[in-house]
Design a protein around this ligand. Structure first.
Ligand code: ADP
Ligand code: MG
Length: 615
């Protein structure tokens, strides 16, 4: 391979997980996981077929029940470990454990001893091939992540696995360090800060306490030092799935392996769905009888409670080992698919007394961080870690597709801003908060960052609810958006990393566009505001008029109605053919109606006080 093509090939980042593995890259388009939305998480399952075929990933997992004696899960657990140490785990494996060279653990298939670095190597190779197909360049170098507690033998076995996959290891990075890098933690200004990484995956739990040390100190990945680590190698999402099945069976036994697998599969699906739903139902066939199964959020919460308590025991131990109190922790980062559990999030927040970082997908954050480390090693993206001002304004969508900016471009971070809004429809019980980034006035020209719903608002007339939206960007550029309805106290929030997926060129273009289009955007925004406010005005006047028409002078009413008709027509025109509407004329007409309608509102108020309907 020529010098040039090596230079063009990126150093990818790989999260070689016990349950799932994934590959990511960080190039001019920013850090991203490869392999498409559906296939990005590849199950760490490998089948060695009798014909010599090696099948990796989703298919191997799916067909495991058919080929139990040929399918290997969790090879990571065995890397660099001795066979005698691993006997305890042999019951969890359908493939018998054997002893390879130097007493190392291996898997007995077709009378041969397959080593875990061959199995993990097959996973790495599959990831490499997928990434090459997507990027269209050969990939030879990777940053691979390993648990912080991996010893030399386990790290060496990981390197061997990479070599078997045709990859050279640019660096092995600790998983908690990679997760921190993904959040931009560890910039020079944060030296001395302590970060806890809470990682609850499929089969293991790890809690790691890192300290950020000044760049010039010789420690791994430049500036992260592991102060303490603890965990449980037999605690994860799989245990939760089994506990859910136990809850359903309530002591009774299941007939066949395939029925049990079906139950486990539904348990996992129900568990995941409960991240957003409050109840899940399904009918499954169990012991040849159709059974209606359901799981509620409350049931799941009580099933997971003892598991969470065990993780917190580890967290307590980590803090005690380092003689550090929860209040001395600057940041808590959530990693691993199981931290999507609502209860995990709330308990961890309670334990550490702060909101954990969860803006990035917890099952992708390690791979993203590894990719960032790869880009830094390749000398491509130093800028990623340097974010001292907001590169683009941050705001939300308002009625009519316009934007309201809460934090302006070039605002130094950390920073905070809030603004008040209300509803636009009567009896509206939920509002959508759509967070956008960019300088333009309308959302179609901005970048959409995320959406959430504030629900449970008591029905009130339009304009009465007091909605407050707060933006908080912290030192790492993590944006927390919170919406609150003051009268009822209902609140909802979201966390986002606005810098993700945004390249410098894009930011520059978005900024330049805003200048080019400033005039037309302003005009359109003004028209939208006029239209929205006029529509509400007209609605209120019509309502007042309906109540007190008889108490008013006929000529006044006729004039008022004529103005309302003209303004309504302008609203319609502004919506459909905005170019033909003169904002000045529109504004004048609206102001005229404001003045004329004072009387009808006065009479209506006097009327309702007399009628006793106010309050
Ligand atoms: P590992 O690091 O062990 O490879 P992952 O971080 O990929 O594992 O986590 C996999 C686990 O996350 C599985 O047990 C899966 O059931 C669980 N998981 C994924 N999504 C959710 C969710 N929405 N709610 C609860 N658990 C989830
Ligand atoms: Mg993991």
């Amino acid at each position: 391979m020529s010098e040039d093509s090596t230079a063009a090939a990126p150093i990818v980042g790989i999260d070689l997980g016990t349950t799932n593995s994934l590959i990511a890259v960080c190039d001019a388009r920013g850090p991203r996981v490869l392999g498409g939305v559906a296939s990005a998480l590849m199950p760490s399952a490998v089948r060695y077929g009798s014909d010599g075929e090696v099948c990796v990933g989703a298919r191997a997992k799916l067909e495991a029940a058919v080929f139990p004696e040929r399918t290997i899960f969790s090879s990571k657990r065995f890397l660099g470990r001795r066979a005698e140490e691993m006997r305890a785990f042999s019951s969890a494996q359908s493939v018998p454990i054997c002893e390879g060279p130097r007493g190392l653990a291996g898997f007995a298939i077709d009378g041969k001893c397959v080593l875990p670095q061959d199995v993990s190597g097959a996973i790495l190779r599959e990831l490499r091939l997928r990434a090459e197909a997507e990027l269209g360049v050969p990939i030879t170098r990777a940053v691979i992540t390993v648990p912080a507690y991996f010893d030399d033998a386990q790290r060496q076995a990981t390197r061997d696995a990479a070599r078997n996959a045709g990859l050279s290891v640019a660096r092995l990075v600790n998983e908690p360090t990679a997760a921190s890098l993904a959040y931009g933690i560890g910039r020079g200004t944060q030296a001395g800060e302590r970060v806890v990484i809470y990682d609850l995956g499929g089969g293991t739990f790890d809690c790691t306490l890192l300290e950020i040390v000044p760049k010039d100190t010789e420690v791994e990945s430049d500036c992260f030092q592991v102060l303490a680590t603890s965990g449980d190698t037999a605690l994860g999402g799989d245990d939760i799935d089994r506990a859910i099945v136990e809850h359903w069976l309530a002591g009774s036994t299941v007939g066949s392996i395939s029925e049990r697998m079906q139950l486990l599969e539904f348990a996992q699906r129900a568990k995941c769905a409960l991240a957003t739903e409050v109840r899940v139902d399904e009918v499954v066939v169990c012991n040849a009888i159709a059974k209606a199964l359901s799981l509620t959020r409350a049931e799941l919460d009580s099933i997971v409670a003892p598991f969470i308590e065990r993780t917190l025991v580890c967290c307590r131990r980590v803090l005690a080992d380092a003689s550090i109190a929860p209040k001395d922790i600057a940041r808590v980062v959530l990693v691993g698919g199981s931290t999507r559990l609502v209860r995990v999030r709330s308990e961890v927040a309670k334990f550490f007394g702060r909101e954990p970082y969860l803006a990035l997908d917890p099952d992708r954050v390690v791979a993203l961080g590894a990719a960032i480390q790869g880009a830094i090693l390749a000398g491509d993206r130093r800028d990623l870690l340097l974010l001292d001002v907001l590169p683009l304004s941050l705001g939300i969508e308002t009625v009519g597709g316009a934007t309201a900016k809460l934090l302006m471009r070039n605002t130094p971070i950390p920073s905070r801003a809030s603004e008040k809004f209300s509803t636009s429809k009567d009896g509206q019980t939920s509002v959508k908060v759509h967070v956008v980034q960019g300088e333009r006035e309308f959302i179609e020209h901005c970048r959409s960052l995320g959406t959430f719903h504030l629900t449970g608002i008591p029905p009130m007339p339009a304009g009465i609810p007091q909605l407050e939206v707060e933006f908080l960007v912290d030192q790492n550029g993590v944006l927390s958006v919170r919406a609150l309805e003051r009268r009822s106290g209902v609140a909802a929030s979201i966390q986002i990393m606005p810098s993700f997926g945004l390249t410098e060129e894009e930011a520059a273009k978005m900024d330049a566009d805003s200048i080019t289009h400033a005039r037309s955007d302003m005009r359109r925004h003004r028209l939208t505001d006029l239209r929205v406010h006029s529509t509400l005005d007209i609605k209120w006047i019509a309502e007042a008029l309906a109540r007190v028409r008889d108490a008013l002078d006929g000529a006044y009413v006729a004039d008022l109605e004529q103005q309302m008709v003209r303004l309504t027509a302008l609203c319609v025109e502004a919506e459909h053919t905005p170019d033909t509407v003169d904002p000045e004329e529109f504004s004048k007409l609206k102001q005229a109606l404001d003045v004329s309608s004072v009387r009808v509102h006065e009479v209506a108020i006097a009327h309702s006080i007399r009628g006793g309907s106010i309050l």
